[in-house]
Design a protein around this ligand. Sequence first.
Ligand code: G3P
Ligand code: CA
Length: 225
Amino acid sequence: MLKIAHRGAKAYEAENTLQAFQKALDLHSDGIELDVHLSVDGHIIVMHDETIDKMTNGKGDINTYTLAELKSFLVAEKYQIPTLNEVFDLVDKKCFINVELKNADTSKQVVSLIEEYISEKGWNYEHFIVSSFDWNALNEVQNLNPKILIGVLTEEDVKEALAFAEDIKAYAIHPDFQLLNKENVKQIQEKGFLVFPWTVNSEEDIQNVKSYKVDGIISDNPDKI
Ligand code: G3P
Ligand code: CA
């Protein structure tokens, strides 16, 4: 049962910060999950929303700011917004990284960065899963590099996600945990895909999805898994 820290260990530190990812490592997570967007000058920025409004002392869309400008804003009054490179360097192969593409325009840059870390820094394909609700973005990733492991995100229909996963030869399906039961988890696994539900936080929900024998759980508090 893999423990995957949602946006870092979000229950303990400001989400999607280096501090949240360090906390996830301290809690011995098997993987971390994070979200990405592009800055106006093409850097891969780790943040959930497409604006900086919720998490920083600034306002506006991430894709209207340069990296230098984004670095001048504070998350939770003390931290900087990280780039994807900075998270990769912090994690340094200690666990795998689930990169969630929030927009199709990030596919190329994320694939290039993963390829760079594999060819130049000793990482391997098992260190990365690229997921998205935007299945066109996943098609693009698969076309760019079919070796990259793909997680098909769904909050609506497990059957459709399973059909798409078969189409693109995905690695895993990442469903909203409320869509799951013992039978559909078994169906997905029998087709050869892993099942990583999100975002499972309460003790009761964790026990329930564990009883379905999922392969891993994406949680704000991975230490409770
Ligand atoms: O990747 C699973 C989960 O993070 C998807 O939802 O809104 O937390 O990005 P969200
Ligand atoms: Ca996410």
